[in-house]
Unconditional design. Structure first.
Length: 151
């Protein structure tokens, strides 16, 4: 699973936005901005063996991935929860549980996340949040996005 980011030229700078991870950074060049995004993700995950990968698209989008998907998705959950000033116990209660331990396992990266479970946890953090799947195909080392109909 990969996380989408956006890259936009703003004057002499390239701005980076990764909404799910709440990362906003910039660089003087497209390449520098993507390097800053990679560094920001790795700093956010803060796991000694974690390495983020950046795959560019044919438009203003890029994808962040990692061999350690659990750590990447765990960081996304933690960022979203912290952004809403919620405790782990708050999220557990929204999931109908008295024990925060089950949710904490996902946020610490100790439990595997399916897309369905990730969506459920994200919805418990923010009832309005919705995970969206996008199909991308590699084309010469770059990505080409497809719409929902697969065209």
């Amino acid at each position: 699973m990969k996380i989408e980011g956006r890259l936009v030229k703003s004057g002499r700078w390239w701005a980076v936005d990764v909404p799910l991870l709440l990362i906003h950074t910039q660089g003087r060049s497209r390449r520098e901005a993507l390097k800053m995004a990679k560094d920001a993700v790795e700093g956010l995950v803060d796991h000694q063996s974690f390495e983020a990968t950046i795959t560019t698209s044919t438009d203003d989008r890029f994808m962040i991935g990692s061999k350690n998907e659990k750590a990447l998705l765990a960081a996304a959950l933690k960022q979203q929860r912290a952004h809403r000033n919620m405790s782990i116990r708050d999220v557990a209660k929204r999931m109908g549980s008295n024990s925060p331990t089950a949710y904490a396992r996902y946020e610490s990266g100790n439990a595997a996340l399916t897309f369905e479970k990730f969506t459920e946890l994200l919805h418990a953090i923010d009832g309005e949040a919705e995970a969206v799947m996008t199909l991308v195909a590699k084309m010469g080392g770059r990505l080409k996005a497809h719409n929902a109909a697969g065209r």
